[in-house]
Design a protein around this ligand. Structure first.
Ligand code: AHR
Length: 484
């Protein structure tokens, strides 16, 4: 049985921002993992780890959300500017009660973006901050002319304004960001966005409101009813917990039973239903699909690794995470007409990370390699398919520059599958094909063995009689590009 890829003239555009990242002041997500300071023995450029930045450059991080998460609603930006030695030391009350010395602030964030070539997505503090504080931060970052905040920015060494592409007004305002009710939040959002300064009429800052938690459809309904005309995007947060149990045990990142492999896959697939139902509500208020759904927190969440600070959310990352990432990214692409950005939580050392570090060592995780393989879909055109998809197989397809890209995951633990794709166009060559797999379902990379799960050349695909035939091994993710 074959899947027919429909080379439609114009499919939805797959935004590169779907492959976005998130880094919060949480555990070693920033300090140690990304930022070690200019005087560290760990090789760095302006305090940013060279090894980590180099690895991230390979996956072309398109956007980085910062400074939180929950931390955002306790963050006072003025404490993170000026000479580092004079910056106020505070307590990170959300994450482990550790001292936050504010050495990574606005200037260091934009330096990181410059090194990565990524766009900015900053989350404002509306939980414990003020409208004025938010407005002044945006003035500090983006005012090109003379103004009190622009003068302060120049005094601190940054002559030109930075480009602030995305701006979040509220993080989990239904919970740790203020425990607000949707009616109240809608008004707070309307108020804050009124005072968001926009100095560049040609490139206005894109405003993201705090959207729903998981299946809170009432939140979406109320927000859309009350604020649609003031919105560019609304966020959605959904984490994959294999056990489904936030309170007692989220399960271990490695050494888990097969049942928790399969429940992780099922939980990851829930994202499809959530997006479908939230977008149906959005369609009522915004049938033209002007407002986007921004999944700015997603990923797996397990119990922390043994002997680590529970507030640091440090977890291993295995082949299981590669498969849940593939399932989720395929869902985002399927909904490319509404989902225009997503930010996996979190980029380094926290939850479903791309990279883990220990002192001067680093390892790339299986999830990193999925992001590497899926780059081929960035800013491509979605290609729909028709035909039956074998059980426990997930796929997505796109077209870019005359090439066709297909990515697949087979999350059956033992059964290989053969998948056949047909098309109306003629494709003659496989230009690139790679695979991530492993001997065990919890195969993972460690500092002693960093190459247990890596991306390898895939030889199980062939083009025969105008068909793409793929022998997809059990527990694997495969990406293929073919050309005419
Ligand atoms: O990503 C970790 C935390 O999860 C974020 O700070 C918060 O927004 C969410 O609850």
């Amino acid at each position: 049985m074959a899947i027919k890829l429909l080379d439609q003239e114009k499919g939805p555009h797959i935004s590169k921002y779907i492959y976005g990242q998130f880094s919060e002041h949480l555990g070693r997500g920033i300090y140690g993992g990304l930022y070690v300071g200019p005087h560290s023995d760990i090789p760095n450029v302006n305090g940013l780890r060279t090894d980590v930045v180099d690895a991230l450059k390979q996956i072309h991080v398109p956007v980085l959300r910062w400074p939180g998460g929950l931390f955002a609603d306790t963050y006072h930006w003025q404490q993170g500017i000026g000479p580092q030695k004079d910056r106020k030391k505070i307590v990170n009350t959300n994450w482990g009660g550790v001292t936050e010395d504010n050495s990574f602030g606005t200037h260091e964030y934009f330096e990181l973006l410059k090194q990565l070539g990524a766009d900015a997505y900053i989350n404002a503090n509306i939980g414990s901050g003020t409208v004025q504080e938010m407005a002044e931060w945006v003035e500090y970052m983006t005012m090109p002319g003379e103004s009190p905040m622009a003068t302060l920015r120049r005094k601190n060494g940054q002559k030109d304004p930075w480009k602030l592409k995305f701006f979040g007004i509220g993080n989990e305002s239904w919970g740790g960001g203020g425990n607000m009710r949707p009616e109240y939040y809608s008004d707070v959002y309307r108020q804050y966005q009124t005072f968001l300064p926009q100095y560049d009429a040609k490139h206005p800052i894109y405003k993201v409101a705090c959207g729903p938690n998981e299946d809170d459809y009432e939140w979406t309904e109320t927000l859309m009813k009350n604020a649609t005309k003031y919105l560019d995007g609304i966020s959605l947060h959904y984490y994959t917990l294999p056990t489904g149990d936030w309170d007692h045990s989220k399960g271990s990142a490695t050494g888990f039973p097969a049942s928790l492999w399969y429940s992780a896959m099922a939980k990851a697939q829930l994202m499809d239903r959530l997006i479908t139902k939230h977008t149906a509500i959005m369609d009522k208020y915004d049938p033209e699909k002007r407002v986007n759904l921004i999944v700015d927190e997603w990923g797996t969440w397990y119990d922390v690794e043994k002997n680590t600070n529970p507030g640091f959310l440090y977890q291993q990352n295995s082949l299981r995470d590669a498969l849940t990432a593939a399932i989720t990214l395929n869902i985002f692409q399927k909904h490319a007409d509404r989902v225009s950005m997503a930010n996996i939580a979190q980029m380094i050392n926290v939850l479903q990370a791309m990279i883990l570090t220990k002192d001067d060592q680093m390892v790339k995780t299986p999830t990193y390699y999925v992001f590497d393989m899926y780059q081929r879909h960035m800013d491509a055109q979605l290609v729909d398919g028709e035909g039956d998809v074998p059980e426990r197989v997930t796929y997505t397809a796109s077209k870019k520059d005359g090439e066709l890209n297909v990515s697949l995951g087979n999350y059956d633990l033992t059964q290989d599958r053969q998948i056949v794709f047909t098309f109306s166009d003629t494709y003659r060559d496989i230009s690139d094909a790679s695979i991530i797999t492993g001997n065990k379902m919890d195969a993972h990379n460690t500092f002693d063995d960093p190459n247990e799960v890596v991306e390898k050349k895939f030889t199980g695909a062939s083009l025969k009689n105008g068909q793409l035939v793929i022998d997809l091994p059990a527990k694997s993710v495969v990406s293929i590009t073919i050309k005419s």
